[in-house]
Design a binder for this molecule. Structure first.
Ligand code: KG4
Ligand code: ZN
Length: 335
């Protein structure tokens, strides 16, 4: 069973070929980071145009790398949301065209569920129940999965997503875009206890997050230091900011596991590439008797292998999308 995965929800054009649901035969990404860098964030129209230019050659290359042709495809899995509408539509048009021309099954999937399924590319088919922490540029949420494809949202951010906070603070500090990897690298040289930033909603009794106040606290600190004529110590600032985010994520994830009684926690999304988050959740999760899974770095950030893996599982249980399926920028996880 060969599945073609297509992912164009944001600023990466990604195509992958996955065999029997879990074996990655190719996993390619045409990154647009260089196009958005000078704007300090993703520009939707620029993203959509770049997807249009990249998608066809990337599909050809992904098939060639995998050693298969269009005629070998059983399923075409594509992200239908959440994401930027113009960007999503490019991947969906490509997926529909391939499915229509080849007779392969068309399966539209949720990008956030895909981030969770990246774990199964490493650990094999799911064996719920789980708690999943999904942290990306657009989302920060805790989800309880009692069975595959069944999600109960336990809590989520009330304002900014964690990746958004990393990107905005990095921009403030002149570290470029995307900010997460740059802040992560800089934080390794700094002292996480140097500056005490607020941990909003830590111990709030629920499983929601709030990150916009942290960004404001960093801005206030920068202004104060400059007004006092002091140089910013960027590594300490990066490490202290990162620690404030990681503290709350760890506390809430362990609490979610405790409340639901699950033994395994899955991490997914671009921010899971953060070295401090991985290190602390692994250590503190294991100390609490939990198994903690996270994908390798290249499967944390947006990719199409996770979309193909999820799409193959949905196709196997008979899910199909009609050709009139539309993009859904606000798509929610299905209960
Ligand atoms: O999942 P993803 O690739 O795209 C979305 O679905 O949003 O996540 C991208 C986000 C960006 O905000 C980026 O700064 C963040 O993930 N990110 C990181 C790291 N690598 C990527 N954040 C913190 N530390 C990292 N090492
Ligand atoms: Zn993502």
């Amino acid at each position: 069973m060969i599945t073609l995965g297509i992912e164009t929800s944001c600023d990466e054009t990604a195509v992958a070929v996955v065999e029997d649901g879990f074996t990655v035969r190719s996993n390619l990404i045409a990154s647009q980071v260089h196009l958005h860098e000078r704007f300090g964030g993703v520009v939707p129209e620029v993203a959509a145009r770049a997807h249009v230019e990249a998608i066809n050659p990337l599909m050809e290359e992904a098939l060639a790398t995998a050693g298969v042709g269009f005629g070998d495809l059983d399923t075409v899995a594509v992200t239908v949301g959440p994401g930027l509408v113009g960007a999503l539509l490019v991947g969906m048009a490509a997926a529909k065209a391939v499915a229509l021309a080849t007779g392969a099954a068309l399966v539209g999937v949720n990008h956030l569920e895909g981030h969770v399924w990246a774990n199964f590319l490493v650990h094999g088919p799911p064996e719920p129940p789980y708690v999943a922490l999904i942290v990306s540029g657009g989302h920060t949420m805790l989800v309880h999965m009692t069975e595959a494809h069944h999600h109960e949202v336990l809590g989520q951010t009330l304002d900014d997503a964690a990746g958004e906070a990393f990107d905005k603070v990095a921009r403030l500090l002149g570290l470029g875009f995307p900010g997460g990897p740059a802040l992560d690298r800089m934080a390794r040289e700094g002292d996480p206890a140097a500056i005490r930033f607020p941990r909003a909603m830590e111990g709030s009794g629920d499983l929601d997050f709030s990150l916009s106040g942290l960004k404001t606290a960093v801005l206030r600190h920068v202004k104060q230091e400059r007004a006092a004529g002091r140089d910013l110590h960027l590594p300490d600032l990066a490490a202290s900011f990162q620690e404030a985010i990681v503290d709350v994520q760890v506390q809430k994830t362990l609490e979610a596991a405790d409340r639901t009684g699950v033994g395994t926690v899955l991490l997914g999304g671009g921010v899971v590439a953060n070295s401090r988050l991985r290190e602390r959740l692994q250590a503190e999760g294991e100390a609490a008797g939990l198994t903690v899974w996270f994908p390798p770095l290249d499967l944390c950030t947006d990719n199409a292998a996770m979309i193909a893996c999820l799409g193959a599982a949905r196709a196997a249980r008979g899910d199909r999308s009609m050709f009139d399926i539309g993009a859904d920028p606000q798509l929610r996880l299905t209960p």
